[in-house]
Design a binder for this molecule. Sequence first.
Ligand code: GDP
Ligand code: MG
Length: 218
Amino acid sequence: MQRLVVALVGTPNVGKSTIFNRIIGERKAIIDDTRGVTRDRIYGTASWLTKTFGVIDTGGIEIKNVPFQTEIRLQAEIAINEADVIVFLTDAKLGVTNDDIFIAKMLQKSKKKVILAVNKVDDFSLISRVNDFYELGFGTPLPLSGVHGTGIGDLLDQIVAFIKEDYLEEAAVSEATIALIGQVNVGKSSLVNAMLNEERVVVSPVAGTTRDSIDTTF
Ligand code: GDP
Ligand code: MG
């Protein structure tokens, strides 16, 4: 039996990577104002009270066919399939968008457990907007502020409530660590995918495709 896995899913720029870094307690994923920075799946481990679970950060899903959207969506879909619980992140400043509705349909089809969270609720002026997100059909939306850290404890409470007896803690194993380093476009990501025999990282001829540092086990 494996530990519970949570995937953070949402449109670009809603604060998925910000919330990911907050819940794993490390600055692992790159956070930026620019849309579409996260492309790959980023894995982390979080602990809350006595419980431990896995977390996956994903790139932003949107309807528009922007560069890398096909690859980003494939990576996000792999994360959704692997996860037991999805945290569906939305943005209070934007309100419900067509992209949110698109993702809501995707998640409904996945039949996974979904926690709906509304990020960027930085002050009370935005709290009244949170109820608009009921329309997405995932019950009571949870207000968060990734920059201030408010609501994160409530989110973690909701996540660990899904951890039942049958999720075991993984025993700590010591592993040898190998880093693949080289200049742009020499084929580092292709080599990783070949070693793992899966689409673990996005590969393209565009220099600088990989942004985050990716770690994985084989
Ligand atoms: P992602 O694309 O969903 O991973 O979003 P990021 O985590 O990279 O954040 C996108 C932008 O939103 C960055 O400029 C963040 O600093 C900003 N951001 C994240 N969380 C909050 C929040 O709670 N409030 C505000 N005002 N900005 C936030
Ligand atoms: Mg991101």
